[in-house]
Ligand binder design. Structure first.
Ligand SMILES: Cc1cc2nc3c(=O)[nH]c(=O)nc-3n(C[C@H](O)[C@H](O)[C@H](O)COP(=O)(O)OP(=O)(O)OC[C@H]3O[C@@H](n4cnc5c(N)ncnc54)[C@H](O)[C@@H]3O)c2cc1C
Length: 407
């Protein structure tokens, strides 16, 4: 029996892969419904080829520039919290070109496995009902400098096409005509509704007869002895465990295991689409404004912002107003912005941007966490790897850089 703490997209894909491999699973979540925290209203982009970590050469200097700017995609509120300072120091330490390239390679391997795994689950198990589409992604550039740099990094001209501003307008007519100098289009990228995906996985798990859900139950402690976890505490109750998976998103570090995690807060708007041809069909990343757009069913999902402000998950009206204004400039007629549903979520981020997947300091405690800005994209591959490791099978990809023991 495998017990999983966390019923977000990572805990649920772990459960799904484990059940497919023949395991019995219990998923525990503090909330009353699954996929309701960071996996609820994220950007919806399955961005398999844009996985480079945030930490890169020049980013600390660029971040200072952003922080001095009025309309910055980054906000920092320094706190008297050693966790924030430790995380930021480690982040700055990872801001080197060589480290970025190495970590991007690990993430690309995991992303390719994720795309393959999702395709397999969709085909083999007829998993559907979450607005999945292979709609392609267009990264647009407002500055000639950033466009030139991005163009120079394109090496695979089959997977990625360099477009002029006119080509971008032709590809995505809903895009406002001015403001862009060009773009890079990747036809194989996908989009889906992460919360609906969680719900579909949960329904399949429930009907498998191999998965039990304990909802509205917060795990408050992990009891270990002689290098192994023996039980977990659920308030006053103690539950014995054989194998335990920690997939509790940004709150994974609250259970006494030392983890390099910090929440990076972001926001989304879900705008009801009124005139379908005036809302984008292709997913868009506005590179210079760091804002992403995805058409999910009958809504336009707009997501943005990295706020390093502690553990407060409340909405910030100023940040949301800025996003709404920028979205209106980019897709003026996409939908009814007055009816947009606002949301804030906490990305469970490691300083390097690489998640931790695999065995931990205790021999039967497995980690699947720290997926930051890419949790939906990387979820199926991460779940698949975890199931292989717990089942003592050879992992589908080289685990170099992904294994917590080597981190
Ligand atoms: C604005 C924004 C936009 C994003 N856009 C994208 C995107 O376009 N593409 C992409 O791939 N990713 C995106 N992400 C990232 C993605 O949403 C996250 O990486 C992903 O949802 C993390 O999933 P998770 O399962 O680790 O965490 P969560 O979804 O937060 O799940 C963790 C679960 O653990 C439970 N839990 C926590 N502590 C306990 C406890 N002690 N006991 C019991 N239960 C507990 C919580 O209730 C929660 O349900 C975005 C994130 C944000 C904020």
């Amino acid at each position: 029996m495998v017990c999983i703490i966390g019923g977000g997209v990572i805990g649920l894909t772990s459960a799904y892969a484990l059940v497919r491999a023949g395991h019995e699973v219990t998923v525990i979540d503090a909330r009353d419904s699954l996929g309701s925290e960071t996996s609820f209203a994220n950007g919806g982009q399955l961005s398999y080829r844009y996985v480079a970590p945030l930490a890169d050469a020049g980013v600390p200097l660029q971040a200072i520039g952003w922080l001095l700017r009025g309309e910055s995609p980054l906000k920092l509120r320094p706190r008297l919290d050693p966790r924030q300072w430790r995380w930021m120091a480690a982040f700055v330490g990872a801001c080197r070109g060589s480290v970025n390239q190495r970590n991007a390679a690990h993430l690309l391997r995991l992303a390719a496995l994720s795309q393959h795994t999702l395709q397999q689950w969709r085909e083999d198990d007829h998993l559907d009902g979450f607005d999945w589409r292979r709609n392609g992604k267009l990264v647009t550039f407002r500055s000639a400098g950033t466009f030139a740099r991005a163009r120079s990094k394109v090496t695979d001209f089959v997977q990625q096409q360099v477009l002029t501003a006119a080509d971008c307008a032709g590809l995505e007519p809903a895009l406002a005509q001015d403001g862009f100098v060009g773009g890079i289009y990747t036809p194989n990228e996908e989009v889906a509704d992460c919360h609906a995906f969680c719900q579909r996985l949960a329904a399949r798990l429930a009907s498998s007869g191999r998965c039990t859900f304990l909802l509205g139950r917060q795990v408050t402690g992990i009891h270990h002895l002689d290098g192994a976890v023996r039980a977990i505490a659920l308030g006053d109750d103690v539950m014995p465990v054989e194998q335990l998976v920690l997939a509790a998103g940004y709150r994974s570090a609250e259970l006494g295991v030392s983890l390099p995690l910090y929440p990076l807060k972001g926001y989304s708007l879900s705008v009801p689409v009124s005139t379908p041809h005036q809302a984008p069909n292709v997913s868009i990343t506005d590179y210079d404004r760091k804002i992403v757009y995805a058409r999910i069913g009958e809504q336009l999902r707009v997501a943005a912002m990295v706020d390093i402000v502690g553990y407060d998950a409340s909405l910030d009206p100023k940040r949301l107003a800025l996003m709404k204004r920028q979205a209106l400039e980019t897709f003026p007629a996409a939908g009814d912005y007055a009816q947009a549903v606002e949301w804030a979520g906490m990305r469970p981020a490691t300083p390097t941007g690489v998640p931790l997947i695999g065995a931990s300091v205790y021999r039967n405690l497995w980690l699947n966490l720290g997926h930051g800005a890419l949790g939906f994209t990387l979820a199926c591959g991460s779940g698949q790897l975890l199931a292989e490791l717990i089942g003592q099978r050879a992992p589908s990809i080289d685990m170099q850089g992904l294994s917590p023991r080597a981190a």
